[in-house]
Unconditional design. Structure first.
Ligand code: ZN
Length: 155
């Protein structure tokens, strides 16, 4: 089975909903993202995702209230940093990022060159756009690339 990297990034939309309050017709705009479970995740504040962490209350997330997949947003813009992810995918993304970041922190790549090399080698543009397979592919590639770099580095 061929691994298909995500080339489009997170897809989210504004939806206007009509409601009535005190006899008046009102509208509200909901920003939402289709979840793999077929429910729509809504953009919410951090208190819904991390009730035990007040420092995150003002941060924005897309959260699926059916399956608990979520993803954080860029500060200020409310743009999602990636696609919705369950706990396992969030763990795999963190691992992939740790290995990938070593390339530009410790092994002579610039950050931009590391992203370019990942795109060419694995097809992945951003780790946060990927699910299980993409994260595992990045981790394997980054580990192999680190070994290759170490062979060229002076002992
Ligand atoms: Zn869901």
């Amino acid at each position: 089975m061929a691994f298909q990297p995500n080339t489009k990034g997170p897809q989210y939309k504004e939806k206007t909903e009509t409601y009535y309050i005190h006899g008046r017709r009102k509208q509200r705009t909901v920003v939402r993202m289709l979840c793999e479970c077929s429910n729509h995740a809504e953009r919410v504040t951090g208190d819904l995702v991390y009730p035990e962490r007040p420092e995150l209350y003002r941060k924005l997330f897309f959260l699926c209230l059916r399956c608990n997949r979520y993803v954080g947003c860029h500060a200020g813009s409310g743009i999602p940093m990636g696609t919705l992810a369950n706990q396992e995918v969030r763990r795999l993304r963190a691992t992939a990022h740790q290995w990938f970041d070593r390339l530009w922190r410790d092994h002579g790549y610039t950050r931009g060159a590391a992203y370019h090399a990942m795109k060419v080698a694995v097809g992945v543009r951003h780790i946060g756009w990927e699910q299980e397979e993409g994260c595992k592919a990045v981790t394997e590639w980054a580990k192999a690339e680190i070994v290759r770099c170490q062979m060229k580095e002076p002992a």
